[in-house]
Design a protein around this ligand. Structure first.
Ligand code: IPE
Ligand code: IPE
Ligand code: MG
Length: 249
């Protein structure tokens, strides 16, 4: 049974920085790509269970704009992995009623991959059980710069008054337009940084960091993170959100 009813403090949108594939593999004397492969398997398992714990919107960071700095062989393996993921998992995701979107720049991705991404988005567009965003070739600074560039062009064309650019106008210009902001951002592998992920959207997110490497991340780790989230007091700049005696809310 979905746990929505038992856990009123469930986040509307969970975002995960899936980190630690390389170290997971190295620890086992395996090549880094074995960690990436295992990481996809972890994601596949988690997706099967995410709906049951009540997550309706999930964004996962799988390749950053900075990851191009890695050796060519690793980059090309990661490209192939996305391609294989779409090819082998699209039917199951569609059957699970998952809507898939890929967030990131597309112009410098191989044409074949762009075609697959478009196909995955088209096929699953009307699905409603879980909204899955795969951040691939994604960088938040690039996303913000691209949004600024489009708005500036409209200002130059005379179709946008610069004085009318509000935070809502910015929201609508981002790759996440229409999605709720992430309430919970999880990062695995014991790193305590955001690495250019959803900078704008995470302004008031709660962060949970875990030492577990991504390939070892399980549904129980997700439950732990959701538990930690439910104990946070999200004041959003105001006073306490908890109904405690004497609190002014
Ligand atoms: C995360 O794992 C996947 C990507 C960034 C593509 P890493 O490949 O960063 O693994 P570590 O951090 O080197 O262990
Ligand atoms: C962040 O991990 C990007 C992804 C998980 C895709 P990185 O491994 O690239 O981040 P840094 O280099 O440790 O900050
Ligand atoms: Mg890493």
């Amino acid at each position: 049974m979905p746990e929505n009813s038992d856990t009123p403090d469930l986040p509307k949108h969970v975002a995960i920085i899936m980190d630690g594939n390389g170290r997971w593999a190295t620890e086992r004397g395996l090549p880094r790509h074995a960690g990436h492969r295992q990481g996809v398997s972890t994601l596949r398992d988690l997706l099967r269970e995410a709906v049951d714990v009540g997550v309706k919107c999930l964004t996962v960071f799988s390749f950053s704009t900075e990851n191009w700095k890695r050796p060519e062989a690793e980059v090309s393996f990661l490209m192939t992995l996305l391609q294989r993921f779409v090819e082998s998992d699209l039917a199951e995701l569609h059957a699970q009623n998952v809507r898939v979107r890929v967030l990131g720049r597309r112009h410098n991705l191989p044409r074949k991959i762009v075609g697959l991404i478009e196909q995955a988005e088209r096929v699953t567009a009307d699905n409603t059980a879980l909204q899955l965003q795969v951040a691939f070739n994604y960088g938040a600074r690039e996303e913000l710069a691209d949004a600024a560039s489009r708005l500036a062009r409209r200002a130059v064309d005379g179709t946008l008054d610069p004085a009318s650019i509000t935070t809502e106008v910015m929201d609508a210009e981002l790759l996440t337009a229409g999605l709720p902001d992430p309430d919970l951002v999880i990062r695995t592998s014991g790193e305590y940084r955001i690495s250019n992920f959803l900078l704008w959207q995470s302004a008031y997110a709660e962060f949970v960091f875990t030492d577990v490497f991504w390939p070892d991340f399980s549904i129980d780790h997700l439950r732990d993170a959701l538990d930690a989230y439910s104990r946070r007091d999200r004041r959003l700049g105001g006073l306490t959100n908890r109904s405690e005696p004497g609190s002014v809310s």
